[in-house]
Structure formats: structure tokens, C-alpha cells
Write a protein that binds this ligand. Structure first.
Ligand SMILES: [Zn+2]
Length: 562
């Protein structure tokens, strides 16, 4: 319920015509009251007598405090867009009138409900905002809006004073991303950072296509009914963003699994069609870890290179084997080593313990068959199944948990998933949840520190900076720049008036793989002098150079060619 409470010199209204299906009959077409408290009342969905009583009590005591003896109740629908039905609103409005009259401490007037009225008020000198109130479920929202607009948090998070090798410091220098206090724990991707992000997604899309995945996408928001079926409401509630909306109680998805189950369920499946491998790059939201500022390493809004595979039981081992191969290939590209951990049933778990045992032993035998050593983590599995997590080691020797493979008998059970087996019987598939890079935001943070900003050509936001030795070579530099751009290299031109030494120093701080240095000699020879990030210089023609960079990108080479 929302109300606006005004101390008025006078209030006058006249009835024009009924404006809703339900309205109160009234013989009195005009009313004028002087020296009164006017209470404009807007009844919202879900309001009850409790809110009505509170509003009346407050208005009457406000009137008495002002030394006013009259109260005018005035139905006023314009204070909210979450209105109760007209008949409910009218009933509650009439209840308020009755409650106010019962108090006998003020004289009560009530403008009839459901009419289009002409209104004129003359307010005493009180600030209006202080007199507007909200009761019931919307109370908190309104109180906040009524507070003075506070813009002090509309600013970038301050990362000064962090070590040079921290991904936040490097990210700021290379203009990759920022965090803003209005979106705690969520990333603002700048153009340079977005290039890295998109290149990683492109890489994983290629890998997934190679391994037979099909990409899907599902809504960010779903009614809580979905999270009840999936068990998230019971086991994951504290980490979810849940809120009331005009489509009911909803939650932002904290995981992609439940909505993926819904896609599987839209049709019948034959044993021949499994495994069905889905990949998804949607954003997910988790409200965990509040207030911890660790940049990209802990975020509340994230994207995983997530995937769910629907398999028959007899396919589990071969599918895990194929995943182990995929993980090896992916981490090989970044030159990162990793180790495996097998986590078993936690205390807070869903489902039958026999299924847990079955799932755990399936993972064990796949690891053993692939001669993959692993550490056993008792009771650290997900609530729906056991899992293999992979610790990845960066250039600084630190371990990061990234890839994960989780076996799940519970979600298929809860969502009643089926396929038709060879003999025509209906069987339940098993779901494998898996992510290879894990959370992209976090993985990019790891990569920034792993490479210390010196990205290989395929990831580097700027692959090449072109500089002219002097003004005389500006035209040649611009022509080379345009040709490189046409060849789809990510290239920048420095044609400023600064000295060549300064320009090169500046390009070096950008950690670009290659600097193209052009003077009169290069122009005469129609060549380029290329200085790689390692400091080595070579002269070659433009086609050779483009070929060299393209080869590095195609191979996703980890280092520059010279
Ligand atoms: Zn999942």
C-alpha cells in the first residue's frame, strides 16, 4: 500500500464520472474540507487489513500531532503500478474509512472510490516527500526511493596501490576491464578485454564443435517453480538472486543445468541419439561472497564455458575419457599443467546413496583407465553428484581450480528425463556437467597474470603497433597500417609528433607482440622492420609478416615467432 499524507489548508473535489467497473454510489457530487489531513491511498496487490490499519493509525496520529481534527481519505491509484483489483481495493478502502471512524478522534471524510474527480488542494508548507509512505511488501523499495538520490557510489572501483603483477593493475594499464561500485562483483568489459573474452569463446566453440557439441541458450530469469524442481531452492538458495517481479517470484539462474534439462524434455529421445552434448555460454548470477574485492577471481555475474551431456550409463566411461582428452588439448594451448581431484558425496546431498556410489565408481574407473592420477576429496562433491575438479598451474606456480566434470543421476530423476532403449523400454539418461576453462571471467584474470599481459597473438587485443621513424615516413606508415587492417590484423598506428624512441617505449608498455617500425629505408625497399616483444628485429615484406601473424593465430601459438 502506498499513501501520500498531506496537511492541507483545503481540499476540494467534485465527481465527474465513474471510471472503474466498481465504484461507490454517492449522492454528494462535491465536497470541500478545510484544515485537514488528506490521505491519498493506493491499494496494491497483496495488501491486507494490517497495512490498512497501520496507514490509518499513522495518519490519525499525524493529524493529532499537527492539531488537525479532520481526516480526508482519498482513493488515488496513481502511486503504484502494482495495483490490487478494483474490487479488492474498494473493500480495503472502505475498511480504512471504518477504522478511522471507529477511532472517534478525528472527523472522517472519504471521497468515493472508482470515480474520475476534479481535485484541487492547497497544501501547508511541508515537504511532500516526507509524508509519503509505503506499507507491506513494497515498503522497503519506496523508502529507498524517498531517500535523497545518492550518487556517491556511481564510480569506478579504486585499484590503486595493488602490486604491479596483479591482474587488476595490468587490466587497467591495458584498458581491458573495470569494476564499478554500482555493480559489485560484476565486470565492465572494455573493448580490449572483450577481444580476449571473444577469442576464448571462439576457441571453445571450435573445440566443442570438434567434439560433437551443439550450442544452446536459455533465459536468465525463471519462476522459482523451476528451482524447486531442480533442488536449487533447497540446496543453493543462499547463493541465489531471488526477487518478486510482475511475473511472480523469480530467480536469476545461478547454473545452466535446470534450463538445459527443459530443452531435453521437449521431445522424445532414442538410445541411438545419445550422447546429446550441449554447450552454453550464458551469463549466470550467484550472490555468494559478498563484499570481497578480488577483481576477476570472484565475481557474482559470470559466464562459464558450460556444457551438459546426456549419456546412457554404458557411455559414461568413454565420455569421461573424451573429456580428459579435451581438457589436455585446451590447457596445452596455454602451456598450463594441471592435476585432478575426485570429490565424493557431501553431507548436504540429494538422492539415493547407491546412485552416488555408482556415479563415483564410474568416475574412478574412467580416471584409472586413462592413467590419470588424482587426489581424493571426501565429501566435497556437488549436492547432486560426485565430480572431478582440475587444478591448473599458472606461470607463477599457483594452482587454480578451473575445469570440472560432474556426474549427475539426480537432475534426470527430478526432471523425469527419459530415452527409449533398444528393447523399447524407457530409461533414464545420466547427465555430465562439465566446464573446461570454468568461469571465463576468472580464467581471464588467471591468463592476465599467467602471461603478465604479454598475450600471444591470438589473444592480444592489439597485435601490431605501426610507428613512423619521422614525419617523412608518415604516409608510408599510414599505407602499411591500412594494408594490415585490411588483412584483419588488430593493428594501431602511432603517427604522433613524438620521437621514435618515445613511440617505441610507449608501444612496449602496451606489451604488443609486434611493433612495425617504418623509415625512409623501409619505404625505399618496400619492407617493414618488425620488432618482436622479445626485442629481436627482422626486416620482411608485408605479405610475409601477415602470413607469420596469421599462422601464430591459427595455431594459437603461445609465443611470438622470433
Ligand atoms: Zn550443470
Amino acid at each position: 500500500m502506498r499513501v501520500l499524507q498531506l496537511d492541507v489548508e483545503s481540499i476540494e473535489y467534485s465527481l465527474v464520472k465513474p471510471e472503474s467497473e466498481v465504484y461507490e454510489q454517492s449522492d454528494k457530487k462535491r465536497e470541500r474540507v478545510e484544515d485537514a489531513v488528506a490521505l491519498f491511498v493506493c491499494v496494491e496487490k497483496g495488501d491486507s487489513e494490517a497495512e490498512a490499519k497501520q496507514a490509518v493509525d499513522d495518519a490519525v496520529s499525524f493529524a493529532l500531532k499537527q492539531g488537525v481534527k479532520k481526516l480526508v481519505l482519498y482513493p488515488f491509484a496513481h502511486l503504484s503500478n502494482d495495483l490490487a483489483s478494483p474490487s479488492e481495493a474498494m473493500m480495503l478502502f472502505q475498511t480504512m474509512r471504518k477504522l478511522a471512524e471507529e477511532k472517534k478522534s478525528v472527523e472522517v471524510f472519504a471521497a468515493p472510490f472508482g470515480w474520475n474527480k476534479r481535485l484541487s488542494i492547497n497544501v501547508k508548507g511541508y515537504p511532500l516527500a516526507e509524508q509519503s509512505k509505503s506499507y507491506g511488501k513494497n515498503a522497503v523499495k519506496t523508502k529507498k526511493a524517498a531517500e535523497r538520490i545518492d550518487t556517491s557510489i556511481v564510480k569506478k572501483s579504486d585499484w590503486s596501490g595493488l602490486p604491479e603483477n596483479d591482474h587488476r593493475t595490468i587490466g587497467e594499464k591495458l584498458d581491458l576491464y573495470s569494476f564499478q561500485e554500482v555493480s559489485p562483483g560484476m565486470v565492465y568489459w572494455h573493448p580490449n578485454g572483450m577481444i580476449i573474452y571473444n577469442e576464448l569463446v571462439k576457441f571453445m566453440r571450435e573445440k566443442e564443435a570438434e567434439y560433437g557439441y551443439e550450442e544452446i541458450s536459455t533465459p536468465e530469469i525463471a519462476n522459482v517453480a523451476l528451482w524447486k524442481v531442480s533442488g536449487h531452492l533447497e540446496h543453493y538458495r543462499n547463493d541465489m538472486f531471488l526477487f518478486e517481479s510482475n511475473i511472480g517470484s523469480v530467480g536469476l539462474k545461478p547454473m545452466n543445468c535446470p534450463s538445459t534439462m527443459l530443452i531435453y524434455k521437449t521431445r522424445k529421445w532414442s538410445y541411438k541419439e545419445l550422447p546429446f552434448r550441449t554447450a552454453i555460454f550464458d551469463k549466470i548470477h550467484r550472490s555468494e561472497l559478498s563484499g570481497v574485492a578480488t577483481g576477476l577471481f570472484r565475481v557474482k555475474e559470470m559466464t562459464q564455458d558450460d556444457g551438459h551431456i546426456f549419456v546412457r550409463e554404458d557411455q559414461i566411461e568413454s565420455e569421461i575419457t573424451s573429456l580428459l582428452k579435451m581438457i589436455k588439448e585446451v590447457y596445452g594451448v596455454f602451456n598450463m599443467k594441471y592435476t585432478a581431484k575426485l570429490s565424493t558425496m557431501p553431507d548436504d546431498h540429494m538422492g539415493d546413496e547407491r546412485l552416488w556410489e555408482k556415479a563415483t565408481s564410474a568416475l574412478k574407473s574412467a580416471l584409472d583407465a586413462n592413467k590419470m592420477k588424482y587426489e581424493l576429496k571426501e565429501k566435497e562433491g556437488a549436492f547432486y553428484g560426485p565430480k572431478i575438479d582440475f587444478d591448473v598451474y599458472d606461470s607463477q606456480g599457483r594452482a587454480w581450480q578451473c575445469a570440472t566434470i560432474q556426474l549427475d543421476y539426480q537432475l534426470p530423476l527430478r526432471f523425469k528425463l527419459e530415452y527409449t532403449d533398444k528393447d523399447g523400454s524407457q530409461k533414464m539418461p545420466v547427465v555430465v556437467h562439465r566446464a573446461i576453462l570454468g568461469t571465463l571471467e576468472r580464467f581471464i584474470g588467471i591468463l592476465v597474470e599467467h602471461y603478465q599481459g604479454k598475450f600471444p597473438s591470438w589473444l592480444a587485443p592489439i597485435q601490431v603497433i605501426v610507428v613512423a621513424v619521422s614525419e617523412k615516413s608518415n604516409n608510408y606508415a599510414e599505407a602499411v597500417f591500412n594494408d594490415l587492417k585490411k588483412s584483419k590484423l588488430r593493428v594501431k598506428l602511432d603517427n604522433s609528433d613524438r620521437t621514435i624512441q618515445y613511440k617505441i617505449r610507449e608501444a612496449v608498455t602496451q606489451k604488443v607482440p609486434y611493433i612495425v617500425i617504418l623509415g625512409e629505408r623501409e619505404e625505399a625497399n618496400k619492407t617493414l622492420t618488425i620488432r618482436s616483444r622479445t626485442g629481436v628485429q627482422k626486416e620482411m615484406n608485408i605479405n610475409e609478416f601477415v602470413k607469420l601473424v596469421n599462422k601464430e593465430v591459427a595455431e594459437r601459438a603461445n609465443t611470438t615467432s622470433f
